[in-house]
Write a protein that binds this ligand. Structure first.
Ligand code: TXA
Ligand code: MG
Length: 313
């Protein structure tokens, strides 16, 4: 996929100009790097799907500067407003009915009458969104089924070939994708665990319902996702012959790669995808990963690990 004609790291003004003429941009956010396009331009959106090799029925997140911009096309009820006010800018995505369907084209929504929207916190992403003035769709910049890139170099390796501009925002602070919740009829439903925890959301809108099966959790989402090349073995006590071990917590502190020597799920989330890639580069027979507790960001980490191992989460 790599034709060697990657853009150099540029400025937010260059990125805005590229978006305006229907091009693609490697865009850093606080969660992971995205591959961004004008949400209203179906040709540009088609180029994203082509670059990722993504099934075209998997809809994209529209990124905006904040609540006012979101409400131009998404219908947020009282719970949606409360969540947006609490967590934006930040790693929470709301799925809500769309009332101005031309703002986020059919292809970007995969034909659904709902839209996923979030206001990212990264200053470079915000500069681009302010300069552009409309919603920008950006899936994680990995090719479909691969781990999300959390550094500029990883993003360029994955889909840099398809971009006409790229912004280097350094390593992503969160390192794990946004939490996705559906705020539609009935209770708020958790579609994808992520950087904002279940407990943080439930404190504002009460108990979350589970998604209505995998189809709703993420329409078109593949069970095998976020996968490195090597097979992944979960709940490992250590490495067997030929494996690379990803530890967690103080009992694994002396091993090569430890997601968080102090046992902090936030630190482990920030390291997860970069360490999976680093382990993969050693071409092991498998990547063995220690048990991660389910509390705090552990729910989202275990969701991604189960997918990397080929289990439906
Ligand atoms: O942190 C993130 O969310 C990153 C950064 C770049 O913002 N983006 C990201 O996008 O992870 P993507 O496309 O890799 O994941 C979007 C998720 C998918 O699981 C998709 O199925 C779901 O959001 N989604 C999008 N629109 C939806 C809709 N209308 N209904 C239900 N799920 C939707
Ligand atoms: Mg993704």
């Amino acid at each position: 996929m790599d034709n060697g004609r990657h853009p150099r790291a540029g400025t937010s003004d260059e990125a805005v100009a590229v978006l305006r003429r229907g091009g693609l941009v490697i865009l850093p956010t606080e969660t992971v790097y995205g591959l961004a396009a004008d949400a209203a331009n179906p040709t540009a959106v088609a180029a994203i799907y082509a670059a990722k090799g993504r099934p075209s029925f998997n809809p994209l997140i529209a990124h905006v500067t904040g609540l006012e911009a979101a409400e131009r096309f998404a219908r947020l009820d009282e719970r949606g407003l409360r969540l947006a006010q609490a967590f934006w800018p930040g790693p929470l995505t709301l799925v809500a009915p769309i009332h101005a369907p031309e703002a986020v084209c059919d292809l970007a929504r995969a034909g659904l009458d709902t839209v996923a929207v979030r206001a990212p916190g990264h200053p470079l992403a915000r500069a681009v969104l302010e300069g552009f003035g409309g919603p920008v769709v950006a899936p994680s910049a990995n090719r479909s089924g691969r781990p999300s890139p959390t550094t500029f170099a990883d993003a360029m390796d994955e889909t840099g070939f398809a971009a006409q501009a790229a912004l280097d925002g350094g390593p992503c602070a969160v390192g794990l994708e946004s939490t996705v919740v559906a705020v539609l009829d009935g209770p708020v439903r958790l579609l994808r665990p992520g950087a904002v925890t279940r407990a943080q959301i439930e404190a504002l809108v009460g108990p979350l319902a589970e998604a209505d099966g995998d189809a709703e959790r993420s329409p078109g989402r593949l069970a095998l996702h976020y996968a490195p090349n090597a097979p992944v073995r979960l709940r490992a006590e250590g490495a067997k012959a030929g494996e690379v071990f990803l530890g967690f917590g103080p009992s694994h502190a002396d091993d090569g790669l430890n997601l968080s020597p102090v046992g902090d799920t936030r630190e482990a989330a920030a390291n997860l995808f970069a360490y999976l890639r680093a382990a993969d580069r050693r071409r092991p027979v498998a990547i063995a990963v220690a048990s991660i507790p389910d509390h705090e960001l552990g729910e989202a980490i275990n969701d991604r690990l189960n997918r990397a191992a080929g289990f439906v989460g």
